[in-house]
Design a protein around this ligand. Sequence first.
Ligand SMILES: N[C@@H](CCC(=O)N[C@@H](CS)C(=O)NCC(=O)O)C(=O)O
Length: 194
Amino acid sequence: MRLYSFTVTPNNRKVEAFVLHYDLPVEIHHVSFKDRETESPAFRAINPMGRVPALTDGDFKLWESNAILTYLATKFPQTRALPTDPRGRADVDRWLHWQSCHLMPVMGALKMADEKDPSKLTPLLAILDAQLTGRDWVTGELGVADFAIASYLMTKIGRQLDYSATPALAAWLARTAALKGFVATQVKQPPVAA
Ligand SMILES: N[C@@H](CCC(=O)N[C@@H](CS)C(=O)NCC(=O)O)C(=O)O
């Protein structure tokens, strides 16, 4: 299995951190944007969107970071990172969609804005804090939702937010940041392309 990645962005970091946390047998290849690798026909044959992360498993090609997370968790059930019962799985899917449909767009808009107004994130952080109150992890056990959401709150903007009004979230973020995979992917600069 081969993961095409670029550690520094949250969508890439969530998958790399997952692979490294569970020591999965996945080769991580850091793409070179400088060499326009993602524009090459070879890469477009893997992901026609020309984006990372992307995964190959034999002749199977997969892109979209959350789909890659759930594929890896399914392929490696020893991770216990994805429930198999319908309600447990739906709960995880809910939080993955929340990350991509709500958290990511608001954080993306904040990143692009000339005048940053982090209060736009307040309702979302309150919802996540309520979910984490009385729980160590987003869906109970450590799993893919933690990797998907935490990677966004570890970005530059995420690190600058004030979490004093969301103590359960703050404690969870500290727990996730201490996970082996997140420690291993804690880079400030893009990795040097091989
Ligand atoms: N929804 C996709 C987003 C993938 C994405 O936009 N990747 C960015 C890095 S985070 C990328 O490859 N950008 C390069 C480009 O747009 O050329 C996912 O979650 O995997």
